[in-house]
Design a protein around this ligand. Structure first.
Ligand SMILES: [Zn+2]
Length: 117
């Protein structure tokens, strides 16, 4: 059985958003992302401009081939750098979240986490 990898799919190199994808190969991830993007938001770009980055240390144990549709899961896997429109796991506010010590937190809570006493 071939090993699964985590990929960040983007419709172009300078795109700011993308999809976290679990696949065996970059080629497979490209195809999955293309089809998913088409059904979610519609493909504006060209197939040739699609970029697919292999996230070498992605944590994808237990995940199946396909798009990681749970954004927080995508963040925790290390494929997304941040997610938008999800609730902070510390204060519950909806904000842009980043992964800090294994938790998806907003910038306020991230700042608080830096304070040590
Ligand atoms: Zn928060």
């Amino acid at each position: 059985m071939k090993k699964l990898h985590g990929y960040l799919w983007m419709d172009s190199d300078d795109s700011e958003t993308g999809w976290a994808i679990v696949a065996h190969t970059c080629k497979e991830a490209k195809k999955i992302g293309w089809n998913y993007n088409a059904s979610e938001v519609g493909n504006d770009g060209e197939w040739t401009e699609v970029s697919c980055r292999w996230i070498k240390d992605a944590k994808i144990e237990g995940l199946d081939v396909g798009v990681i549709t749970d954004y927080k899961q995508g963040l925790k896997s290390g494929i997304y750098g941040y997610v938008e429109g999800e609730k902070c796991e510390v204060c519950g506010e909806e904000d842009i979240l980043r992964l800090v010590n294994g938790k998806c937190v907003c910038s306020n809570c991230e700042d608080k986490g830096d304070e040590h006493d």
